[in-house]
Design a protein around this ligand. Sequence first.
Ligand code: AQP
Length: 333
Amino acid sequence: MTRVFSGIQPSGVPTLGNYLGAIRNWVPMQDTHESIFCVVDLHAITVWQDPKELARQTREMAAALIACGLDPKRCTLFIQSHVHAHTRLAWIFNCVARLGWLNRMTQFKDKAGKDREAASSGLYVYPNLMAADILTYHATMVPVGDDQRQHLELANDIAEKFNHDYGVDFFPRIEPLIQGVAARVMSLRDGTKKMSKSDPSDQSRINLTDDHDAIALKIRRAKTDPEPLPDHVSGLEARPEARNLVGILAAITGTMPENVLREHGGKGFGAFKEVLVEALVGHLTPIQREITRLLDDPAALDAQLRLGADRAEAIAAPICARAEGIVGFLPRR
Ligand code: AQP
């Protein structure tokens, strides 16, 4: 069975972008692939996180993943810092990846912003850790949102260079799996920027935990243009905000944007936004109830994550140890 790996940062509440671009696509994979999913807290601290909040958000993220349909019995679900192979292999990859490769990463440029000198070195080498996350499981398929495509290409470059430099055929090639009409959900305030859990404006995103009123307010305030909706997808060209809202409704109702426009083309945004609010509330309410239920029993949640970490460790540690042997590290006897 193909081994699948993916992760999500506990850097805030999961957004509709995380859900539609990634989490929702992970759920069916549990039945068709050997699936490993991880709350990547090591990645989260590449930008400042309040320690208490990080701990709370890590549990909340794990609860949200289960509430969205990940079943710790059918997949391996764990917290990244609980399995040390990730950081051990990441160090080797820090020494394999070239600075020129990292300099091309657009996520670093976006997140570091204008003051690059002040960014953490962790943020810079983030893609090397991501490569280690995947390759310490010899996973070959990685379901992610479109924003991660460049990092996965880099992971393949690292795997290839490792194999070439040490004359081995050890790390496999990774296939990104970028699925669905909502592979990139955009900010509600700026249709050219992706929706992010750490965007300073809460109005830019729908959080999976937002209640009816919050969703209604954010969607009603979402930036749009003055034109009514077109009848055809070609009419969404150069209208990023309209395209985003149509894409969200299509994804949440399990259809294609052309079908949404067949039904709503010609409407103004006022009426369309009300349809979108109802669809979002209907879809997210059961997930929110389940998150609350799971967080009411943190000991049970932690026990599930501990079992997940044990299972992950059993796969990752031997692969990492073999990589260390290839590099020439003397085993501890
Ligand atoms: N806007 C998005 N549309 C579609 N997919 C998205 N993903 C993130 N944003 C969108 C996908 O969600 C998965 C987990 O992402 P992550 O938490 O590991 O990192 P990220 O891509 O940096 O997500 P955020 O929400 O933007 O977090 P912050 O604000 O902390 O940086 C990935 O598969 C990603 O593609």
